[in-house]
Design a protein around this ligand. Structure first.
Ligand code: 7TS
Length: 412
């Protein structure tokens, strides 16, 4: 069933190792993706040849580092089809981006009696910032409910978003249910009611072509590390007319225009949000990751993952006692497959799979309200990326079957 390594896997040195005497199958991509040689080498090259602080020096290395840093901003703008590179803000990751929208836009625009609308499937990073903003401002936090197959209930979308709604904040793709939410349609509904639309793109950006203009959103946040870039670098994109009026959150070097004893003026966006020395090597790595993905083409990335999921899902569905969360139709899914096996604790399942060299995640996946909604304490989760093959999927299926036998018979 399928070949051993696809040509993409060859680009990822980490995948060539054995774990517990078995060839590693890495299926924890929703947590973080592995890095291709091109990204690792770009970071090394940067430190070998170009390392300097940006925007400050006039010497050659400083100019090179600054050019790299600002060129990646343009590359990101192109990658997500942002109208301007000045709308692209460097962050630590999705969590920071969403927190900044809540703390800066939210704090200055949301008042008592307003409503903030999210859904039951949100990651804590797109839930807790809004919950805390609601506590601080006296706004009401409302939840869009889900259909039995995990997709957003569009009648609930229409019911929960009202003229009192100030902010709608939703995951573009779920990190548990493998669904993609129809953000373009929901953005239209939000705007009809005078609300803004915030998108958590952590699980979509690595896996599909993103067009922030087509999605019609006002803010879009994602993490570099889930799209093959290093940890500690992410992007917040926002519409310039909103960014321009938002106050900065961190004050200090880099973000100022002019400082006097009692007053300070700030740079314009995006620089006013980037206080202090930035993760320059991370930015370089992000640029290399985008180059790598764009060379393949995001449509091909999606196609490759879909082919694997379409082959694997029916096999998983045939395993007796395996509950798969989210849509059962492979056409409606991303490469995230959450499941439970019999009455086994997902941590035991993940540990047993690790013994077979198959790396998956188990737990609440930073989505405790969703676990409660699904009425489960936790799930196991396999998540695929470009470098995974149909054979990797087969290894997952076999490891699950072996785990089932082990817990039935006490032998593996
Ligand atoms: N939003 C979603 C939908 C996510 O899946 C994650 C990370 C985040 C936000 C936060 O991203 P960060 O890079 O700022 O941490 N999700 C996961 C996961 O599912 N397993 O580990 C991290």
């Amino acid at each position: 069933m399928g070949k051993k390594m696809n040509s993409y896997a060859e680009d990822f040195p980490i995948l060539k190792q054995k774990v517990n005497d078995e060839q590693l199958v890495y299926l924890d991509n929703a947590a973080t993706a592995q890095k291709p040689r091109a990204v690792i080498e770009a970071i090394t090259d940067y430190y070998y040849h170009d390392n300097a602080n940006v925007h400050r020096g006039v010497h050659t290395l400083a100019e090179r580092a600054t050019k790299d840093f600002e060129d990646v901003r343009s590359k990101v703008a192109h990658f997500i089809n942002a109208p301007s590179k000045d709308e692209v803000i460097y962050t630590k990751g999705t969590t920071e981006g969403l927190n900044w929208v809540a703390a800066s836009y939210g704090q200055t625009h949301v008042k008592a009696g307003d409503e903030i609308v999210i859904s039951y499937m949100e990651h804590h990073s797109n839930l807790v910032p809004w919950q805390q903003l609601a506590h601080r401002t006296g706004a009401k936090l409302k939840y869009i409910s889900l259909q039995p197959d995990g997709q957003l209930d569009m009648s609930s979308v229409r019911q929960e978003i009202t003229d009192k709604t100030a902010i709608v904040a939703l995951a573009h793709a779920s990190n548990v249910l493998g669904v993609v939410n129809p953000l373009a349609e929901i953005s239209r509904i939000a705007h009809e009611h005078g609300a803004i639309m915030v998108a958590d793109g952590a699980q979509s950006t690595p896996h599909m072509k993103i067009d922030v203009q087509e999605l019609g959103v006002d803010f879009f946040a994602f993490s570099g590390h889930k799209l093959m870039a290093p940890t500690g670098i992410g992007i917040l994109w926002g519409k310039s007319e909103l960014l321009d009026e938002m106050p900065p959150l961190e004050f200090g070097g880099e973000m100022i225009d002019w400082v006097q004893l009692q007053e300070t003026t700030f740079k314009k966006a995006p620089w006013k949000f980037e206080g202090g020395t930035q993760n320059i090597a991370g930015v370089v790595g992000l640029g290399a990751a985008i180059d790598y993905l764009e060379k393949i083409g995001m449509d091909n990335v999606q196609k490759q993952e879909r082919a694997v999921v379409q082959a694997v899902l029916p096999e998983l569905q045939q395993i007796e006692g395996l509950t798969i969360y989210g849509p059962q139709d492979a056409q409606k899914r991303t490469g995230v497959i959450s499941f439970n096996l019999d009455n086994l604790h997902p941590h035991d399942v993940a540990t047993a799979l690790d013994m077979e060299g198959v790396a998956i995640r188990a737990g609440h996946h930073c989505a405790q309200p969703l676990m409660e909604y699904l009425n489960v304490p936790a799930t196991a989760r396999a998540s695929f990326y470009l470098y995974n093959t149909i054979e990797d999927g087969q290894r997952l299926v076999e490891a699950i079957k072996a785990t089932k036998e082990f817990f039935k018979n006490g032998t593996i």
